[in-house]
Design a protein around this ligand. Structure first.
Ligand SMILES: Nc1ncnc2c1ncn2[C@@H]1O[C@H](COP(=O)(O)OP(=O)(O)OP(=O)(O)O)[C@@H](O)[C@H]1O
Length: 490
């Protein structure tokens, strides 16, 4: 077989149609295994090592904005033959991470090592070899399949583009692939619009398998499908994995699907992985406060001592301006608090966090206070005015101390030093310096969580890691803190 040189234009094309049939691998590379000998492979063998990987988008740089730090220093391994689930809220960087690992995006920094090569730095022939061995299946089969091509042409395209075998051999290969994914020869001549969503996704899967990859990034492969169809496609993916010895990175919003299919799960927040471990262990006893919050949002998921629902408040901060310390600090229900403010109520902390977010976000955007508060707490301030906001949140008016009628909590939520600090911050905001207001609140109410990016701690015997300062012996661990702070069922 000879190698072609013409990656097609679309992402789907680039992911599926990179080079010709199997090329000779570099000798003696750890983690390499052709589909043919995967049965003999050690399941713990590392197939892909991701080290401090960064992907920043700098598209608005000419306006002086900070880049979007979509992936910001991620490290983990993908083991041969496993399904590694990747979960996290919308916009946390899952797709960008998958695409950067495959070389569909240029890495800003860091390494993706496979077969002893840093694939994040490959180009030309070597990059195309990697993109043949590592493929992507996209979320929306409708958008990723060209409606003007027959199914046969779509599945055959990577083979054509890389001169795989003779025309007859290619056609036979496509029939074989259609059969592999539960379609048949007749489907060769039909067009994608004649198929259901599930069948279209089978076409996408067949195409991704054309060049016998060993690793596939599945980006929300079933989320566009009806629930009944989802199960069948998941079963297909599981069968293919077993038969072909595939390794999957399975990206999903749906935590139940990931629990079903993944051997291990990585939980991503604002450009970084905060917890990674065996799926069942993570789901039954999540270690990181973010994982606990995320899982507690699934009805019926409450396990162990943490039986309440800890609602995730607000939305993540902008990836252009992530918090300096722990990424999750601005929303964390287990955040370390300064001892001198031990007596503040949960509501007071929640509202301090909200005010802090308003200052931070106002410093970075034109969004009004009222809109920010609505987003943050569902609260609508009486006016787009910082004094009214403080009255709403804490029950006193910073100007004269009077509480306007029908506004704010029954009792003022803050007094003494806490109230003085808020008043100083409000003064700064009145002068138009929201950044200084946010800094003042951080200095007074912040903690270690705002100062340093937490290290990863190994939290169980199977090597699960979680990046939270509360795993340090000097702090109480996250579970009991959350149980105490959010102790009643909702
Ligand atoms: N080409 C791009 N240019 C600029 N910013 C981008 C680009 N692609 C993604 N982003 C930004 O990078 C961040 C991460 O996006 P990404 O799509 O990777 O997240 P995600 O977790 O996959 O989200 P979703 O679950 O909604 O697909 C987002 O803030 C997004 O707006």
């Amino acid at each position: 077989m000879s190698r072609g040189d013409s990656p097609a234009g679309s992402d789907a094309d680039r992911a599926s149609a990179s080079t010709a049939g199997r090329a000779t691998e570099p000798a003696a590379a750890a983690g390499s295994a052709d589909a043919a000998d995967t049965d003999a492979a050690d399941p713990d063998e590392t197939l892909v090592e991701v080290r401090n990987l960064k992907k920043y988008y700098d598209d608005d740089g000419f306006l002086g904005d900070d880049p979007v730090k979509a992936v910001d220093g991620v490290s983990f391994d993908i083991r041969h033959g496993e399904t590694l689930g990747l979960v996290g809220e919308s916009g946390c960087g899952k797709t960008t991470l998958g695409r950067t690992i495959l070389g569909l995006e240029d890495a800003t920094d860091g390494e993706v090592v496979s077969d002893g090569r840093n694939v994040a730095r490959l180009s030309g022939k070597q990059l195309r070899e990697w993109q043949r061995d590592a493929q992507m299946v996209f979320q929306d089969p409708e958008a990723s399949l060209n409606d003007r091509m027959t199914v046969g042409e779509i599945v055959r395209e990577p083979l054509d583009a890389h001169d795989w075998g003779t025309p007859d051999e290619r056609k036979r290969r496509v029939f074989e692939l259609l059969d592999l994914v539960g379609l048949n020869e007749e489907h060769y001549y039909r067009y994608p619009h004649q198929f259901s969503g599930g069948q279209r996704q089978r076409v996408g899967i067949a195409r991704s398998l054309a060049l016998e990859p060993e690793f596939i990034v599945l980006d929300e492969p079933v989320s566009a499908l009806d629930v009944s169809v989802q199960a069948r496609v998941i079963n297909l993916l599981e069968d293919l994995q077993e038969d072909l010895g595939l390794t999957y990175l399975f990206i999903a919003h749906d935590l139940s699907v990931v629990r079903h299919i993944a051997d291990r799960v990585a939980v991503m927040y604002l450009g970084d992985i905060v917890e990674l471990g065996d799926t069942e262990a993570v789901y039954t006893d999540p270690a990181h406060p973010y994982t606990r919050s995320l899982l507690s949002a699934i009805p019926g998921s409450h396990t162990g001592t943490d039986r309440r629902r800890v609602t995730l408040r607000g939305t993540p901060p902008s990836p252009r301006d992530p918090p300096q310390g722990c990424r999750f600090a601005t929303r964390c229900p287990a955040k370390v608090r300064p001892e001198e403010f031990d007596d503040l109520s949960g509501t007071a902390w929640e509202r301090l966090d909200a005010l802090h977010t308003v200052f931070r976000e106002r410093a970075n955007s034109e969004t009004g206070v009222t809109e920010l508060l609505k987003q943050r707490l569902g609260l609508a301030a009486a006016a787009d005015d910082i004094d009214e906001v403080v009255a709403d949140l804490f029950g006193w008016h910073p100007d004269d101390g009077a509480v306007p009628e029908d506004v704010g909590p029954d009792e003022p939520l803050l007094s003494g030093d806490a109230r003085a600090a808020v008043e100083d911050a409000v003064d700064a905001a009145r002068r138009g310096d929201d950044a200084a207001a946010a800094t003042l609140l951080t200095e007074t109410f912040g903690s270690v969580c705002d100062e340093q990016r937490p290290e990863r701690h190994v939290v169980d015997d199977d090597g699960r890691v979680s990046a939270c300062v509360r795993h340090d012996a000097e702090y109480e661990s996250p579970g009991p803190v959350m149980a105490r702070r959010y102790g009643s069922d909702d």
